[in-house]
Design a protein around this ligand. Structure first.
Ligand SMILES: [Zn+2]
Length: 296
């Protein structure tokens, strides 16, 4: 009899998987185990993060292994947090930086005694390498919607719902599904996905634009088929890049924007303070309930 529990729960930029398995009688000694990169066994379970990377895992009666698969040469930093009970074996618990397609083993855990074992992991990721961005505090961003349009901030900086801690400098505006989204700052498109219709988890369809100071603009919850840029494309501030939507974990249609950077801290990334040009002047105080108009 095998008790088996599987929870797949993506919160913003993380994934939690938990398993319980309580049978079998072969125990491994952790000093006999080592991580093996470059190989992915057959019959793995997995979850791919769009076109950027996949996390694979494989459970057997004696334990569980996990691997990270990078799909592109775009540098990305991924940090796993693994918890386990009655399992032994090597775990990569430092940030993993992937910058070419390939496989890295994240953990190799085997049961340590006849008792029930369990494990769980979640991960954090951000494009780029830790601490390389040098955010320009004086840069003035354009509001990421069409000239002459006015939208209300539904969650500002240090917002009460989700814009806290590493996400303190994110902004939500009340854009309806299908509203044009424009680049807030020029740069290079390093991530783009418009394929999902899911409204259950994660940040849905998105565009990542890397700026010349190394920071990355995140344009989230775009509608299915609502991206108008391609990977590697250069964009200028003000260019039309897509259409807002209601994909990913949302409480209704809105558009989320943040500028963030990779850090070597515990969650791999943080948002950075930014300011916008509005028809009422330049402001870096973005409060819930404010209305912003983009100058003509
Ligand atoms: Zn938000």
């Amino acid at each position: 009899m095998t008790a088996y529990k599987h929870i797949l729960n993506t919160v913003f930029a993380s994934l939690i998987v938990a398993g319980l398995l309580g049978s079998g009688s072969v125990f491994a000694r952790s000093d006999e185990l080592s991580l093996v990169d470059g190989v992915l066994p057959a019959d793995v379970d997995g979850s791919c993060y769009r076109e950027a990377f996949c996390v694979h895992w494989k459970k057997t009666k004696t334990g569980v292994d996990a691997w990270l698969e990078a799909l592109t040469a775009q540098p990305i930093t991924i940090l796993f947090k693994t918890t386990s009970k009655n399992l032994e074996g090597p775990v990569r618990d430092e940030p993993i930086i992937m910058d070419k397609p390939g496989i890295t083993q994240v953990f190799r855990l085997r049961k340590a005694s006849a008792a029930t074992w369990e494990y769980g992991f979640k991960y954090y990721y951000h494009p780029g390498r830790p601490d390389q961005a040098k955010p320009d505090p004086d840069f003035v961003y354009e509001l990421p919607f069409a000239k002459g349009k006015t939208y209300k901030v539904t969650q500002g900086f240090n917002g009460s719902t989700t814009h806290k801690k590493r996400e303190s400098y994110a902004v939500d505006w009340n854009l309806k599904v299908g509203t044009p989204v424009h680049a807030a700052r020029g740069g290079k498109v390093i991530g783009v996905s418009g394929s999902t219709s899911s409204q259950r988890r994660g940040h849905g369809n998105f565009i990542w634009i890397e700026h010349d100071d190394g920071t990355v603009g995140w344009y989230l919850h775009l509608r299915q088929g609502g991206t108008r840029v391609g990977l590697g494309q250069s964009v200028n501030a003000g260019d039309l890049i897509g259409y807002s939507g209601n994909t990913g974990k949302t409480s209704g249609p809105h558009f989320h924007f943040q500028v963030s950077m990779t850090v070597s801290g515990p969650n791999t990334w943080k948002t950075v303070p930014i300011k916008f040009r509005t028809s009422d002047g330049i402001t870096g105080k973005i409060r819930s309930g404010d209305r912003h108009s983009r100058p003509n």
